[in-house]
Design a protein around this ligand. Structure first.
Ligand SMILES: [Zn+2]
Length: 93
């Protein structure tokens, strides 16, 4: 889900700055320039049947090394982002 709400985007940056004030170097290439990808995606529990309704889901914010593309995922709930800021229109999709 693409983050279109400016309020949500600002909250993501504010929470990241609060909880991760000293970003680390990329584990692959050593560069320090990170890009917060403006989508919220999810990690889903694996079941043999694809898209099982029983599968637990975890909303995550991808953060990518701007040099090599290495990515890390931050749990949006643990970060403290208010996911209710996603617009109704986006939630229906
Ligand atoms: Zn890198």
């Amino acid at each position: 889900m693409k983050v279109k709400s400016e309020e949500l985007r600002q909250e993501i940056f504010r929470k990241l700055a609060e909880k991760c004030p000293k970003p680390q170097s990329c584990a692959f290439c050593g560069h320090r320039e990170w890009l917060v990808v403006d989508i919220i995606t999810e990690i889903r529990e694996f079941y043999e049947k694809a898209l099982s309704p029983e599968a637990k889901r975890m909303p995550v914010i991808p953060i990518m090394c701007n040099y090599c593309g290495y990515m890390v995922f931050i749990n949006a709930i643990r970060l403290g982002v208010n996911l209710e800021l996603l617009s109704e229109e986006e939630v229906k999709k």
